[in-house]
Write a protein that binds this ligand. Structure first.
Ligand SMILES: Cc1ncc(COP(=O)(O)O)c(C=O)c1O
Length: 425
């Protein structure tokens, strides 16, 4: 059988994400991964600038995580979490709540970011139902936000910045407004809340960096403003740290930089170091207490089949070991400085709107990207895996990446942006 038989035989039977398959170039066939490298089936090796949608924070195939998963596999790959619990999930819950600030104290596990968002929304809505305020069902969220692809998560994401334009009109309606980043937008938020306070269950935001909506940054003061507004109007504050969690913005969690404790926080992506799917929706004590009752109807009615999967929980515990033992956040700081220095020349190039870096996130925003497919292929030709979207070229590498590898990534961006290919004809 030919080496790539699986590719030829299978490609016509998969449906690829976010892809118009009729016109998109065929996907790259990957044979294996190692560290910060993706090895293609044809033998080419790419330096990975994305860490598989921001998950593989310790690089691929980290020995410590692999061994933990292998050990767990021989004991128990999975057991249902209804009526049963196990060491890996309980240890993980305890460790996560110890790492998170304040009394974020109760972990509800699921298997993907979008589902963690759905759970947070149900939690917030039922919190108010249980407290006798059933009209508080709506969410205030922000332009540029992205919270996932399931129906509830789409409904709180920006329909324009995101990918969900086609579903407009089919989704539950919430209030999606400008981030309160200045006095005028803060006033607008106050106004909305004054008008609708009795219907608002919560405010939801990706703290410090709105990721898939365009890698947009805001400051800590914006989050502090949201905390104050949420308290004033009696709404829960919900932080989606699915992208920002686990060191990506320079601290373990982005909320730490603002000194703000949300009422609910969602984690996923780098939770297992990019090994297995797992997510967590973590609630503060007072949120959990609204469900604590003799009345069965006040229980949270949710329970994904694979929640708290033992293999994924073991991977997450091993990933937390690595954060404890190895200087990840120091590395993020050094990488941040390097990316800022090395991407800076792009700022003076024609067609570049902005160059920005926060933590281990480096962004070159263009006026427009002419041919996304050609641009992506150009990066592959340079030996790097960088996947621009919208108008941005970005880097979110593993924290274990060598500085020479970062230099290869930034060098490729400077070169390709300088060629003008990004702008297209
Ligand atoms: C901030 C944020 N929330 C939610 C999600 C959805 O996560 P998943 O793709 O695991 O459903 C994403 C995914 O990119 C995300 O970046």
């Amino acid at each position: 059988m030919d080496r790539n038989h699986w590719y030829e035989a299978g490609l016509d039977h998969v449906w690829l994400p976010y892809t118009q398959m009729k016109v998109a170039p065929p996907p790259l066939a990957v044979a294996r991964t190692e560290g910060c490298r993706i090895v293609l089936a044809d033998g080419r090796e790419l330096i990975d600038g994305i860490a598989s949608w921001w998950t593989a924070c310790h690089g691929y195939n980290h020995q410590h995580i692999r061994q933990a998963v292998e050990r767990q596999l021989s004991v128990m790959p999975h057991v249902m979490f209804g009526g049963l619990v196990h060491e890996q999930a309980l240890t993980l819950a305890q460790r996560l709540t110890a790492l998170l600030p304040g009394d974020l104290d109760r972990v509800f596990f699921s298997e993907s970011g979008s589902v963690a968002v759905e759970i947070a929304m149900k939690m917030a809505q039922q919190y108010w139902i249980n407290r006798g305020e059933p009209n508080k069902t709506k969410f205030v969220t922000f332009k540029g936000g992205y919270h996932g692809d399931t129906t509830g998560a789409m409904a709180v994401s920006d329909p324009d910045a995101g990918m969900h334009d086609v579903f407009r009109g089919l989704l539950p309606e919430h209030v999606i407004i400008d981030l309160p980043a200045d006095a005028a937008s803060a006033d607008a938020l106050e106004l909305v809340l004054a008008r609708h306070a009795e219907r608002i269950a919560g405010l939801m935001i990706e703290p410090l960096v709105q990721g898939a909506g365009g890698m947009r940054f805001h400051d800590a003061a914006t989050l502090q403003r949201l905390r104050a507004v949420a308290d004033r109007c009696g709404a829960l504050l919900i932080f989606d740290e699915i992208f920002t969690g686990f060191g990506r913005t320079g601290t373990m969690f982005a909320c730490e930089q603002a000194g703000v404790i949300p009422d609910i926080i969602m984690l996923s992506k780098a939770l297992t170091g990019g090994t297995l799917p797992l997510a967590a929706t973590v609630a503060r004590k007072h949120v959990f207490e609204a469900f604590w009752s003799d009345d069965p109807r006040k229980a949270l009615m949710h329970g994904p089949t694979y929640m708290a999967n033992a293999l994924a929980s073991a991977a997450a515990n091993a990933s937390l070991d690595l954060f404890e033992r190895e200087p990840r956040l120091e590395r993020v700081k050094a990488m941040s400085e390097q990316m800022a220095r090395e991407l800076a020349p792009c700022g003076a190039m024609p067609g570049v709107r902005d160059v920005r870096v926060r933590g281990a996130i480096g962004v070159v925003e263009l006026e427009r990207i002419g041919d996304l497919h050609a641009l992506r292929a150009r990066f592959v030709a340079e030996g790097v895996f960088i996947r621009p979207f919208g108008d941005i070229i970005y880097l979110t590498p593993a924290f274990t990446i060598e500085s020479e590898e970062v230099a290869r990534l930034t060098g490729a961006i400077v070169k390709v942006v300088g060629e003008g290919i990004a702008r297209g004809p």
